[in-house]
Design a protein around this ligand. Structure first.
Ligand code: KG4
Ligand code: ZN
Length: 340
């Protein structure tokens, strides 16, 4: 079975091919120019997707040594994401499916991330605890199988990746901020500043807006960003990162006390963070669970995870129609509720 995957939800255009269960191409074209604007500009993103999607698809087919007619299934991200950006990939994929008379599946981008651990040699075992940490989402999920996903916790305000980006902006590091905070943090003293970690009694939810405000207030109290030395910025980055990671791991520990799982998986852009990975490793070892964190190429937005998710849905009997529409936000009730 040959699956073509297409991703265009934000600032990465990506095309992947899974050929007989082997990933034969996963090409990612990143729109670096957004850094000049301090964040993603939706209209510019859509236009860039439009320019690159066809040549990128041709390149992926060539790399996989296949032609369009060899494809058995086409999967594309339907949402959540920027509506104009989504429209480009989704419409392109539907056009191909219609023209080639092949089945099409619209994939939920978050579900793509959730199952991205299956692109690794060591795969998660069901049931597994999944921490989704990206620029738009922070979710703690109990994944029982490919079609049964329970929501244990969600952020009540900012996503963790968003808080990394905002803290980086306050320190003048530019966008995207996550990797820059990580680099600065390695030279900082983690004990210098005590930033707050939100304690939410309600479910296993997260909150990051208090942390962002604490960084803002701290920088203001020092007389503004211009008064900060590089050493001081490194300390702030280290203390911010430590608090953000604490907020995540605290709930993972609580979930492990409550739910029986075989594996833990950390997915999404922030899963590339070294400090988060090392803290999660300690937790997994202590609880004797396998820990699956995808390689960096599968943490950020990529089409390999979309192709894999499309394939898993198709194999579970899910069929889509060409009338499916793009959607900008994750539906509140998309995942199953856990009542106990
Ligand atoms: O999953 P992703 O590529 O896109 C979304 O679907 O949002 O995640 C992007 C987010 C950004 O907020 C970026 O700053 C963050 O992931 N990120 C990191 C690191 N690398 C990327 N955050 C912390 N540490 C990193 N090393
Ligand atoms: Zn993503």
């Amino acid at each position: 079975m040959i699956v073509l995957g297409i991703e265009s939800s934000c600032d990465e255009t990506s095309v992947a091919v899974i050929k007989n269960n082997i990933l034969s191409a996963n090409l990612v074209s990143s729109q670096d120019f957004h850094k000049n604007y301090g964040g993603v500009v939706p209209e510019l993103s859509s236009r860039a997707h439009l320019q690159i999607i066809n040549p990128l698809t041709k390149e992926a087919l060539k790399k996989s040594d296949i032609e369009l007619k060899d494809i058995d299934l086409i999967a594309a991200t339907a949402g959540p994401g920027l509506i104009g950006a989504l429209l480009v990939g989704l419409t392109y994929a539907k056009g191909l499916a219609l023209g080639l008379n092949k089945p099409f599946i619209g994939v939920n981008h978050i579900e793509g991330h959730i199952f991205s651990g299956f692109l690794m040699q060591q795969k998660p075992e069901f049931p597994f605890l999944c921490l989704v940490v990206s620029g738009g989402h922070t979710l703690l999920l109990l994944v029982k199988d490919f079609t049964e996903i329970y929501k244990l916790g969600n952020t009540v305000d900012d996503a963790v990746g968003e808080s990394f980006d905002k803290a980086a902006k306050l320190l003048g590091f530019g966008y995207p901020g996550g990797p820059k905070i990580q680099s600065a943090a390695q030279f900082g003293d983690v004990n210098k500043i005590n930033f707050p970690v939100a304690e939410l009694k309600d479910k296993l939810n997260f909150s990051f807006s208090g942390l962002k405000t604490a960084v803002l207030r701290y920088v203001q109290a020092q007389g503004g960003i211009d008064k900060l030395t590089e050493e001081h910025k490194n300390d702030i980055a280290a203390c911010f990162q430590s608090a953000a990671v604490n907020a995540l791991t605290k709930n993972v520990k609580r979930a492990l006390e409550k739910y029986e799982v075989k594996s833990i998986s950390v997915v999404g852009g922030v899963a590339a963070n070294n400090h988060l990975k090392s803290e999660m490793k300690k937790i997994a070892e202590k609880n004797k669970k396998s820990l699956i964190v995808p390689d960096i190429q599968f943490c950020g937005d990529n089409a390999a995870m979309i192709a894999f998710r499309g394939k898993s849905l198709y194999e579970n009997g899910i069929r889509d129609t060409l009338s499916s529409k793009p959607f900008p936000a994750l539906n509140e009730n998309h995942f199953l509720e856990m009542y106990s």
